[in-house]
Design a binder for this molecule. Structure first.
Ligand code: SF4
Length: 374
């Protein structure tokens, strides 16, 4: 005798309904074909961890990141070999490539000539007025935005002396020093980041810059750490700001591979209802009422649905207590009983499936699912 969920039972639901966050007004820039700011969907970035001069390894990492849902990828251009390789990387990359450059205006010029889509560069760090003009005028000519990236660990000495230690005002002042140089040169395609390893400081600094400028913001907790701790710190820092309507593009920094950074970034957006083209998987935490192997089912679904670009909400619930209510509120749902699941589509029961068939049945439904267009 199979223990079936009571389908008609009215239960409390934890499925989140659509919530809209107040959105900070920001200027729109384009990183290649990806719009950033001005109400554009929030994009997810990562950075390659290979030697840039190793084109094959770098392109492979970019493709893996793109497959995981990455929108924009950053590559360091830190030596002559990297500057020589960047053109080929841009040619082979399926997503826009950003050049990460510190201090060297020649590398910036080479990367711009090679067709990169954005430069991460602080103009105040590349020397003479003439060098700054050369880089900004080529970026302007090529319609390539510049990200000014300030970190609490690398503030200018005079700013640090003035404020005593890295504060939100110090980060703001440092960022605006570089912004000022761009504005003096009539360059306005700017994105700003004010990162810190200290989550509270990073939140405060982004709030300040969000109140005082209209430039789009790249959010991140810098050097967040290994996967577990880095995921938590990034989720708290980036998530808090996004929930306040602050932030236009995000990068989760983990001591892990780029696809992992992308997965966490996508999950942060998903958790706030800000991911536009992704599968959202809701699952109960399980408890003593459970009569199926829900851990294995959800792990298998996570793997099978990774990278799928479809706005579909899936709920997998372990038993009759919350199962039928939540499963029927998702696009696709499963409410499990003893060795069995009831499959729902848009609140309607589709069929009963055996436990070992649940994963395949859900994947099949997701593949068939036609999202509503409006
Ligand atoms: Fe809730 Fe049932 Fe899952 Fe337990 S098994 S957490 S009661 S849905």
């Amino acid at each position: 005798m199979i223990d079936l969920p009571v389908i008609s039972e009215k239960t409390e639901t934890h499925v989140q309904h659509e919530v809209r966050f107040p959105l900070r007004k920001s200027r729109r820039v384009h990183i290649g074909n990806v719009p950033v700011g001005g109400g554009a969907p929030i994009s997810v970035q990562t950075m390659t961890k290979t030697k840039t001069s190793d084109v094959d390894a770098t392109v492979k990492q970019i493709i893996d990141a793109a497959d995981a849902g990455c929108d924009i990828v950053r590559v360091t251009v830190n030596d002559k070999e990297a500057a020589a390789a960047i053109g080929e990387i841009v040619r082979q990359s399926p997503i826009p490539v950003v050049a990460d450059i510190h201090f060297n205006h020649v590398f910036a010029l080479k990367a711009l000539e090679a067709g990169i889509a954005k430069v991460r560069l602080n103009p105040g760090n590349i020397g003479s007025v003439d060098r700054i003009r050369q880089v900004l005028s080529l970026a302007k000519e090529r319609k390539v935005p510049i990200r000014i990236g300030v970190n609490s660990g690398s503030l200018e000495k005079d700013i640090l002396e003035k404020h005593g230690y890295p504060t939100a005002e110090a980060l703001y002042e440092s960022a605006m020093r570089h912004v000022g140089i761009c504005e003096e040169n009539d360059f306005h395609d700017i994105i700003i980041s004010v990162k810190s390893t200290d989550v509270r400081l990073m939140i405060e600094a982004y709030r300040l810059i969000a109140q005082r400028t209209e430039y789009p913001l790249h959010l991140g907790v810098t050097e967040a750490g290994p996967t577990r701790i880095g995921t938590i710190k990034s989720s708290v820092g980036i998530g808090t700001l996004l929930a306040e309507g602050i932030g236009d593009t995000i990068r989760v920094s983990l001591t892990d591979d780029p696809p992992k950074e992308v997965e966490v970034g996508k999950e942060i957006l998903r958790s706030l209802g800000l991911a536009t083209r992704n599968v959202e998987l809701i699952a109960c935490p399980t408890c003593g009422r459970l009569d199926v192997d829900l851990f294995s089912i959800t792990r298998a679904l996570e793997d099978r649905l990774a990278g799928m670009k479809k706005p579909v909400k899936i709920a997998i619930l372990g038993c009759v207590v919350n199962g039928p209510g939540e499963a029927s509120e998702a696009d696709i749902g499963v409410a499990c009983g003893k060795g069995v699941g009831i499959l729902y589509r848009k609140g309607e029961v589709v069929r009963r499936v055996k436990e070992e068939e649940i994963v395949n049945a859900v994947v099949e439904e997701v593949e068939k699912f036609q999202p509503e267009t409006n």
